[in-house]
Design a protein around this ligand. Structure first.
Ligand SMILES: *Cc1c(COP(=O)(O)O)cnc(C)c1O
Length: 388
């Protein structure tokens, strides 16, 4: 009998401590962490700058609520908007909350500025997307596992195939306030859309007065070799959601950044969060911004990307996987020979933590502080795990 709700099926590893790219379990075994908290640990476990920022803040001030102000809120907002070339920031905690915030802002913006009747707003989303687990967010999911049994669903979403800008254009009408997409679909298995997709969707949004909302909770903050993945396409979203690595692997920190005229519709009383923008979160978020301002992590992902891509190519040529997709330090592998679960278990027995996503796909996302030889270790483990 367990008292823990059964909504996860973890690998049989009990982590006791961690540093950088490595975790140690309660039996003293070390593992290279190639899941990295679903990219919440982009800077590795317990990065000294991030831990120092948190410890320093713990001795000063941890929580105020937004009923009063504190010294770090503005600096945090300034640092992240400057890092992402955006105008305004709204702080929340989890990724799902950031997505919910973006949806609420987009709807209210539509009603107040686009002449859409209250209750009619629609949002175009992509098939196989992942944006979180709340009831509204699962309402726009095409994944039966995420959806089934949780209705009634929030109306107002139109699901189109991912990677097809014409399908986005066809789904937009006078009720559409936003198009919400991941620049790369992470949970779906690192699905990289056609090179001109984001730019084309941006043009469609511009010509129809529709907001482009990009969910960079997993793709952002260094993973793909850029601060934001939209940078690679030279596109700027109207709203961008950030999360995961924004909390430096220490605590949940999320935010929506973007146009001030859009976030500006959320006036006092219309939206909020008890913990959003708390001093501890801002201290860690600021330290994360400082790390990313150096460009070091983005550069590392770019430098190691060809190594990862080459090993992925070899793996594909080996014949035990059916597809590989990589960008930056992010790799999706479709396995032919066994289930994803079996592959993760076999990798774990070889000292590498990875996790399947959707049955037969393995998603690898080592911390960006990983070395080239550690990357080879990861790929060696993967290669032998998929072999018969
Ligand atoms: C993880 C994720 C979320 C949800 O974040 P939570 O912090 O788990 O609520 C939303 N969007 C994307 C793209 C994600 O990868």
């Amino acid at each position: 009998m367990t008292t823990l709700a059964p909504n996860y099926a973890p690998l049989p590893i009990e982590v006791a401590s961690a540093e950088g790219a490595w975790v140690t379990d309660t039996a003293g075994r070390r593992y290279l962490d190639c899941l990295a908290g679903y990219s919440a640990l982009n800077f590795g476990h317990r990065h000294p700058d991030l831990v120092a920022a948190a410890k320093d803040q713990l001795d000063r001030l941890t929580l105020t609520s937004r009923a009063v102000g504190h010294e770090l809120l503005e600096p945090f907002a300034r640092a992240i908007t400057s890092l992402t070339s955006t105008e305004m920031l709204l702080p929340m905690n989890t990724g799902a909350e950031a997505v919910e915030t973006a949806l609420k802002a987009a709807r209210k913006w539509g009603y107040e500025t686009q002449g859409i009747s209250e209750g009619d707003a629609t949002v175009v989303v992509a098939e196989n997307a992942f944006h979180g687990r709340t009831t509204t967010i699962i309402s726009m999911s095409s994944d039966p596992e995420a959806r089934a049994g949780f209705g009634p669903y929030t109306p107002g979403f139109r699901i189109v195939p991912y990677g097809d800008a014409d399908a986005v254009a066809a789904a937009i009408d006078e009720t559409t306030v936003a198009v919400l997409l991941e620049p790369i679909q992470g949970e779906s298995g690192v699905i990289v859309p056609p090179a001109d997709y984001l730019r084309q969707v941006r043009e469609v949004c511009d010509s129809t007065s529709t907001l482009l909302v990009l969910d960079e909770i997993q793709s952002g903050l260094g993973r793909t070799g850029a601060t934001l993945t939209q940078d690679l396409a030279a596109v700027r979203a109207d709203l961008t959601t950030l999360g995961k690595a924004l909390g430096g692997g220490i605590l949940p920190v999320s935010a929506v950044v973007g146009r001030s005229d859009v976030l500006g519709v959320l006036t006092p009383g219309t939206h909020g969060s008890t913990f959003g923008g708390n001093p501890l979160a801002c201290a860690v978020g600021l330290a994360v911004a400082r790390l990313l301002e150096t460009g070091r992590y983005q550069a590392r992902a770019r430098e190691l990307a060809p190594v990862l891509a080459a090993r992925a190519g070899d793996l594909l040529a080996g014949g035990h996987v059916t597809a590989v997709r990589s960008i930056g330090l992010w790799l999706g592998v479709d396995v032919a020979t066994r289930t994803g679960r079996e592959v993760s278990e076999r990798m774990a027995s070889r000292g590498v933590i990875a996790k399947e996503t959707h049955g037969a796909t393995i998603r690898l996302a080592p911390p960006l502080c990983v070395t080239q030889s550690e990357l080879h270790l990861m790929m060696d483990a993967l290669e032998s795990a998929v072999s018969p």
